[in-house]
Design a protein around this ligand. Structure first.
Ligand code: GTP
Length: 217
């Protein structure tokens, strides 16, 4: 489905890197690390989405004091017009187990620069709660980019709300919307890469463009 905020999508392309590629030098490309959080009601599929998306485990130990799992995946983003690149290490924090909004510690949010708010297509209340998740996150982190994922799109026959209702919530949050399924894989990478692009678009726009000669033009 078409994401919200179409205006800058064509300005960038991105691709995910293998673990080896992630460690090799990428010419003229700074490496940027960004912490992002998985948010949403219990059992919406946060861990399943991360498990689907991530191939390389950064630290899968249960962090007792915080109660979160941290994993990473690296992508490259290129600004098409100037061929400027940036390597982005997404450090993904996933709350471990059945945490509701009232039990989230500020430590979980601290220093995060973006979030994926996940709802379950088969439970309306998970969509109703999305703005509360967003507010509690932005109260700590400020107006950082957020993506709304309506998960379990493979269960459309049991949907309790429509895509346009979800789109209205996404617009309210200033978020792109993805109808995804951790089970089928639909739109999982797209959701993460959309957030990744948004996170580094400022870095790439502020870099000086290489000269035409250097770019081989
Ligand atoms: P908490 O850790 O309790 O907050 O849950 P969570 O949000 O991490 O959800 P989790 O990934 O544990 O998934 C909850 C349940 O939903 C599990 O039984 C998953 O198998 C199921 N599930 C997750 N994603 C999908 C999906 O896309 N489609 C279907 N059909 N089931 C899913």
């Amino acid at each position: 489905m078409a994401p919200e905020k179409e205006e800058s999508v064509e300005e960038f392309i991105d691709w995910f890197l293998t673990e080896e590629e992630a460690e090799a030098p990428l010419e003229r490309a700074p490496t940027v690390m960004k912490k992002i959080c998985m948010l949403g009601d219990p059992a919406v599929g946060k861990t399943s989405l991360v498990a689907r998306f991530v191939f390389s485990v950064f630290d899968d130990k249960y962090i007792e004091t915080i109660g979160a799992k941290v994993v990473k995946r690296t992508m490259a983003v290129e600004r098409v017009a100037t061929v400027q690149r940036c390597r982005l290490k997404l450090i993904i924090w996933d709350i471990a187990g059945q945490r509701t909004l009232d039990f989230i510690k500020p430590t979980y949010y601290r220093d995060a620069e973006g979030a994926l708010i996940v709802t379950d297509l088969t439970r309306r209340e998970t969509l109703s709660n999305a703005p509360r998740w967003c507010k509690s996150f932005r109260d700590v982190c400020g107006e950082v980019p957020v993506v709304l994922i309506v998960n379990k799109s493979d269960l459309r026959a049991h949907a309790q709300y429509t895509e346009s209702e979800a789109r209205a919530v996404a617009q309210e949050l200033g978020a792109r919307l993805f109808m995804s399924s951790a089970k089928s894989g639909e739109n999982v990478e797209s959701a993460f890469s959309s957030l990744g692009r948004e996170l580094v678009s400022g870095v790439l726009r502020s870099q000086r463009a290489p000269s035409l000669e250097k770019r081989g033009c």
